[in-house]
Design a protein around this ligand. Structure first.
Ligand code: HEM
Length: 277
């Protein structure tokens, strides 16, 4: 998949990292894993682009899309039950937890969750990597000559520019934290992006260094809800980033074009034009 995407842009000498690589790759991976047929790629791609805009019309559209996605996955699930294939939907439809099958509602919600949780995040990991590399050309050069550093570099990208900035939690009981009382039932935003720059954990926290070790960042969360897709996201990055550095020489950001970002829970890069040879 990565090679196909790179072949589409290699001759051009320029691309938008977001729309040409970082967006389509995770979407194609999840579509294939779930078992979405090729002919439905266009609808699936539209869902993967889903953005939470605050306007009432957009929220209405979001709702319509939610219903549309649920109907689609319900139909696909029924099809896979009739004739199972080698995909996640077929596996989930027969999976048992403590002797019980997942309900139709749970299965459909899980499919939509996988798309929502795995798409935008991984897209931003790939795009953020290119921001880090182009901002730190020495690190990029080192990775070109010593690709064995890539897994460490990926952890540093996750720490330094994490795709998810904060997590929601609700206090179960009164909690005393750093002299403050958080009352039971209070909603809390845990700023994991800030924890990733905690100087007591990470020496020189505002410096991007691909040699950082240990690197116990919180980009994938912590505890029982630790990201179930972390190995997949790491794998995608370990495949796509070395291929980009190997096949596209002298990657540079287009001058005077600021990286356009939208920030909320997820740090979203909308566009990242680069040139290369
Ligand atoms: C770089 C990419 C990714 C990042 C930064 C990321 C980040 C996170 C974080 C921070 C959480 C914890 C949420 C919480 O504690 O409230 C989480 C949970 C989750 N992630 Fe990811 N994720 C990524 C990729 C993926 C992928 C590829 C998938 C699936 C295909 C995925 C599926 C999930 C799911 C299902 C959960 C919920 C787990 C649970 O509640 O037990 N994520 N992710």
């Amino acid at each position: 998949m990565t090679q196909e995407l790179l072949d589409n842009v290699r001759e051009k000498g320029e691309m938008d990292v977001v729309s040409d690589i970082a967006f389509p790759l995770p979407a194609k991976v999840i579509a294939e894993m779930l078992g979405v047929p090729d002919e439905d790629w266009n609808i699936f791609q539209r869902w993967a682009r889903m953005e939470n805009a605050p306007t009432p019309t957009a929220q209405q559209d979001g709702h319509t899309m939610q219903v549309e996605m649920s109907d689609y996955f319900s139909r696909l699930l029924a099809e896979r039950r009739r004739s199972p294939r080698e995909d996640l939907m077929s596996a989930l439809s027969v999976a048992e937890v403590d002797g019980e099958r997942l309900s139709e509602h749970e299965l459909v919600s899980f499919c939509t969750l996988l798309l929502a949780a795995g798409q935008e995040t991984t897209k931003n990991l790939i795009a953020n990597a290119l921001v880090c590399f182009t901002d730190h050309p020495d690190a990029m050069q080192r990775l070109i000559h010593e690709p064995a550093f890539m897994p460490k570099a990926i952890e540093e990208i996750l720490r330094y520019l994490p795709p998810v900035w904060f997590l929601f939690r609700q206090a179960k009981t009164d909690v005393e934290l750093a002299g403050q009382t958080i009352p039971a039932n209070q909603m809390v935003l845990a700023w994991t992006a800030s924890a990733n720059r905690d100087a007591t954990q990470f020496p020189d926290p505002n410096t991007f260094t691909i040699e950082r070790e240990p690197n116990r960042h919180l980009a994938f969360g912590h505890g029982i809800h630790f990201c179930v897709g972390a190995p997949l996201a790491r794998l995608e990055a370990k495949i796509v980033l070395p291929m980009m550095l190997e096949q596209l020489k002298n990657i540079q950001r287009v001058k005077d074009v600021p990286v356009t970002v939208h920030t909320g829970i997820v740090f979203v890069i909308r566009s990242l034009p680069v040139t290369f040879q």
